[in-house]
Design a protein around this ligand. Structure first.
Ligand code: ADP
Ligand code: ZN
Ligand code: ZN
Length: 673
């Protein structure tokens, strides 16, 4: 029998099937199958290579070697089908996808991550029979020391316990245990321990809530034993998560399992906590902030069926979970569902392929759906489910817009408008908390007139042009058009031209100056490099009642602080002018989400959006938190300019190479993208 093997290599030339003989003693369906990892000798390399079995056949058309070693099984036929679909759709090597399907940390070295063991101790069967009077006394069962007796008394009710703990609890020495082992009274054994990411979490279990009529209607329209795709559009706080929880409960009852994707899960421990509280230890979580050992063990808990719900970032789709009944993608509009590294893919599309094959339902949930998803829902491709009101009677926060141009005209050049300053002061006096958000996703700089809000845009593509310091020019990242840099506003003639891209650190310094009495905590890329930094910062903000949380994108998602009654957006414009056709969509989503952090407790919330473009549609609709209105306008713009969903475009062509300033052939100046 011949196995068809894909070699674990990113080299394009090796992206094909190689034949290897199945060794003696291996039977398909028994100890070898599709999805097994193997070690094979390849070409004349000394080291054995990892390969994946993707098929079998009777004979090989050429002479081939034996498989050197059969290892673990990483995937089944269904997963392989999805992998092949992905390789075709995203133009990548099959092995690039298969690598996602193996236990974390083992893709290049199968034995790298080890199962962790601990020494445990218990009474021997023989000794137990002796104390029950079933066997005669054996001479070495005589106990001489009090300490030995203490250990036996402790273990007598069939207790099995880690050696380290018994030493600690009873205050005995290892020698005491050793002598009991020598007498065959006790025996020690290896026990597998799982590195558990929730080890130190104490979470009170919750029962399911009585659903509102609307929620009930939504839950009932989701069929659980057939494939279908749903878009659940529900405003922030409308009870979407409760629906996910109850849907999963139904799926589990029918004997099937679930996957839940949440964006940037490491930033939002609250969501995991809610699932843990409802379902307990049948949950596994997977994200990049766990240690490799923890991820490996979570993977094994899923593989052996102990964990039936997987919660994670996009890669959780590839967890070895069987018999999937539903896949839920929360905040489906989030950009983290697209992988920008090889293999590049959109988790929503992959989830759909998985659900089709598993006969499972796919739920996309959001308060600000992707324009494309909503468009598909209106066209009937996806079933649309709606929750239009908050559960809480307090309603949405009151949002005000501040025109920074007027602020400047009245002589205020700081980052804080008069209104925002006053409101922060008020919050400091009332001991209520404030979140300040700096919208700074694009790394590139754009140029704006501080007097009239004019931004240099590409004439053809209508996106903001990006300033490139090295060539001192403005470039369009879509069509490559270039313009001279401006120092005088082409629209109003002002010389107040500003380069955008202010950092959080600078603002923190300003806050310390303007509000010396306030405590401030900052959350951005720089302060969150260590493992539990996010959780630590957020807990500190909550528990120590820090006055102001200042941060970038990462503070906008899913957090629920009941004492936050003011959200300030320092400059809303930075995401409008990022040189991307989705800029307004992103801005609307971001502002709606961040304003939604305010007033979640028993006090009414306020939000202030500072902007140079107060009339911008995305900002106006975010003020009223009106997604439908935003959608209706945006879809018209997309249609006019022939942007998605009316076409497919490749947003970026990235060409990488060693950095040189000019072309070695013609001496022309290079752009960098
Ligand atoms: P979303 O996921 O849409 O933001 P959540 O599910 O988090 O909404 O619900 C918002 C709040 O309302 C939560 O505190 C939740 O516990 C509560 N909630 C949700 N559904 C109900 C219900 N049927 N009855 C009472 N409270 C509910
Ligand atoms: Zn252009
Ligand atoms: Zn101007």
């Amino acid at each position: 029998m011949i196995a068809e093997v894909i070699v674990n290599s990113s080299a394009q030339e090796l992206n094909r099937i190689f034949n290897y003989k199945v060794p003696e003693g291996y039977v398909i369906g028994n100890n070898i199958d599709i999805g097994y990892r193997v070690l094979v000798s390849f070409a004349n390399y000394k080291k054995l290579e990892i390969g994946y079995i993707v098929g079998f056949k009777e004979i090989s058309e050429y002479k081939c070697k034996n498989i050197s070693k059969v290892c673990d099984r990483a995937f089944d036929e269904k997963k392989l089908e999805v992998a092949k679909w992905m390789a075709r759709r995203y133009f990548c090597n099959l092995s690039d996808i298969l690598r996602l399907l193996v236990p974390p940390g083992t893709s290049n070295n199968i034995d790298k991550i080890k199962v962790k063991y601990e020494r445990w101790i218990r009474l021997t069967t023989k000794y137990k029979e002796y104390i029950q009077g079933h066997v005669e006394e054996v001479k070495n069962f005589k106990i001489k020391s009090e300490k030995q007796q203490k250990v036996i008394d402790f273990l007598v009710d069939n207790i099995e316990i880690p050696v380290a703990i018994i030493i600690d609890v009873l205050g005995v020495t290892p020698a005491v245990l050793k002598s009991l082992e020598n007498k065959e009274i006790c025996e020690s054994f290896q026990m597998e321990v799982l590195r558990n990411p929730f080890l130190n979490k104490i979470i009170k279990r919750t029962k399911k809530l009585e659903l509102t009529e609307k929620q009930q209607e939504v839950l009932e329209s989701i069929k659980i034993n057939e494939h279908d795709e749903y878009l659940l559009y529900g405003v922030t706080g409308s009870g979407k998560t409760e629906i996910y929880l109850q849907l999963i409960e139904k799926v589990l009852e029918s004997g099937r399992n679930a996957i839940v994707l949440v964006p940037e899960i490491s930033l939002t421990p609250q969501i995991t906590d809610r699932f843990l509280a409802r379902f307990g230890q049948i949950i596994a979580i997977l994200h990049s902030k766990l240690s490799q050992g923890e991820r490996f063990d979570e993977w094994r808990r899923i593989q052996n069926g102990e964990a039936r719900i997987v919660i994670g970032a996009r890669s959780a789709l590839f967890a070895p979970i069987k018999n999937i009944g539903t896949v839920i993608i929360d905040e489906e509009h989030d950009s983290s569902y697209k992988s920008e590294t090889t293999p590049k893919y959109d988790a929503r599309d992959v989830a759909k392929e998985i659900c089709k094959r598993e006969n499972a339902s796919l739920i996309l949930g959001s308060a600000t759906p992707d324009i494309k998803s909503y468009f598909r829902a209106l066209n009937g491709e996806i079933k649309l489910l709606k929750l239009e009101n908050r559960i809480s009677t307090f309603g949405m926060p009151e949002v005000k817009i501040v025109d920074l141009r007027q602020e400047l005209a009245s002589g205020n050049k700081s980052m804080f408008s008069k209104l925002l300053y006053d409101e922060i002061k008020k919050n400091l006096e009332n001991k209520e908390q404030t979140i300040l958000f700096l919208n700074r996703r694009g790394y590139s700089t754009f140029i704006m007139c501080r007097d009239c809000g004019y931004v240099v845009k590409c004439d053809k593509c209508d996106v903001a042009m990006t300033y490139h310091l090295t060539v001192n020019k403005l470039l369009c990242h879509y069509c490559g058009a270039e313009k001279q840099n401006v120092s005088i506003c082409p629209s109003c003639g002002s010389q107040n031209i500003r380069y955008f891209g202010t950092g959080t650190q600078k603002i923190e310094t300003q806050i310390n100056k303007i509000f010396p009495e306030a405590s401030v905590i900052r959350m951005d890329i720089d302060t969150t490099t260590t493992k539990n930094a996010h959780e630590t910062i957020l807990n500190k903000f909550r528990n120590e009642k820090i006055d102001i949380l200042l941060g970038t994108q990462m503070i906008t998602k899913g957090h629920d602080f009941s004492n936050v009654t003011l959200v300030g957006v320092l400059a809303a414009d930075s995401s409008i002018n990022v040189g991307d056709y989705r800029a307004s969509e992103r801005t609307f989503q971001l502002l709606t989400q961040v304003c939604g952090r305010s007033g979640r407790g028993d006090k009414k919330g306020r939000a202030i959006i500072q902007t140079y473009l107060p009339d911008e549609f995305s900002i106006q609709t975010a003020k009223s938190q009106d997604y439908i209105k935003f959608y209706n306008n945006e879809i018209k713009v997309r249609e006019k300019l022939n942007y998605p969903p009316f076409c497919d475009i490749m947003v970026a062509v990235i060409i990488r190479g060693r950095w040189t300033k000019s072309c070695p052939r013609c001496k022309g100046i290079f752009w960098h993208f």
